[in-house]
Design a protein around this ligand. Sequence first.
Ligand code: NAD
Length: 364
Amino acid sequence: MGFRIGLIHGDGIGPEIVTEAKKVLDAVSCVYGHTFDYTNLLLGGASIDACGVPLTDETVAEAKSCDAVLMGSIGGDAKTSPWYQLPPEKRPEAGLLRIRKELGLFANLRPAYLYEELKDACPLKPEIIADGFDLVIMRELTGGLYFGERKTVVEDGVRKAVDTLTYNEKEIRRIAVRAFDIARKRRKKVTSVDKANVLDSSRLWRAVVEEVAKDYPDVTLEHMLVDNCAMQLVRDPAQFDVILTENMFGDILSDEASMVTGSIGMLSSASLNETSFGLYEPSHGSAPDIAGKNLANPIATVLSAAMMLRYSLNLDAEADAVEQAVKRVLEKGYRTVDIMSEGCTQVSTTQMGDLLAEEVKAGH
Ligand code: NAD
């Protein structure tokens, strides 16, 4: 099959890790006979340097014409980069916020998976992670407290700040449908996280999620209060499959879930809209401290490409092949410097990309 894929190389380590992910996608295309037609898109600092702005209308139009977009990461060192002398709306991050908005990306998906070989990096006790864990957090990205009306006023000489948490049923339904669809591709369990004992928005959330669940009799639904979920993530993360939650709760819980895996260079993410389109990127930033040194771990970007194969291109077997390749390369003891441990073989960014691409070909 033929697919059009947008590639945002981005800034810092972005070009290095996207180049390696492309190497792995090329191996997939070679083995499975697909054609990936790549379009390079400029975003962030690279776009400021080339076009004077962090995102152009042309890039937005090009991105919309793709089946999916794979991105490295954008941004530079805030203390030294000239990009941060610009007004906030012209800085690299403004381009990222705008492209997410232009593409209608309302669902953010972040997996937290514990690799057997990287268990030492996990800060939880060995008995808690004996069986590993494999969960994803589905976070609503365009509503709730971060987008509600806000103001700061002085009343009778006292400063007062107000933020508003609003959701309507359509916003809840569309993300719930996404979460149930994804649960169907996994272990068929959704944990919907809210604060329904206090918040009206959470009570509506719970009611709408229950309505959506009726269309998915094969998927188990449970509800959990957010404070309990924060505890359960460190007490027994293996109980979770898909965690579905609103914007702010998801912001906090997804960082907590990333932390318990212990390895930032391994964490992928996807932002999805109402179609099959998605923007796929590692959870980490552009790591300017190691940019250009062939040291960056490309695995988070490679795993983001695997998510793209699964969720936007509907190529499950190909996604499995990439994920299995990552596991086998780790089993063989190859590590980039960020996940290096005693007895393993340290490799560079490009060597890791080569190993993964070879493993995709060998595994077929
Ligand atoms: P960072 O994630 O870039 O780096 C934090 C630490 O982790 C650094 O020591 C870095 O070397 C290391 N690290 C990160 N990714 C790695 C990888 N793949 N392999 C090995 N080591 C890795 O976070 P930061 O330093 O706070 O941010 C740097 C820049 O990235 C900033 O401009 C920030 O705004 C931007 N950023 C962009 C995104 C994005 O593009 N979505 C996300 C977060 C941060």
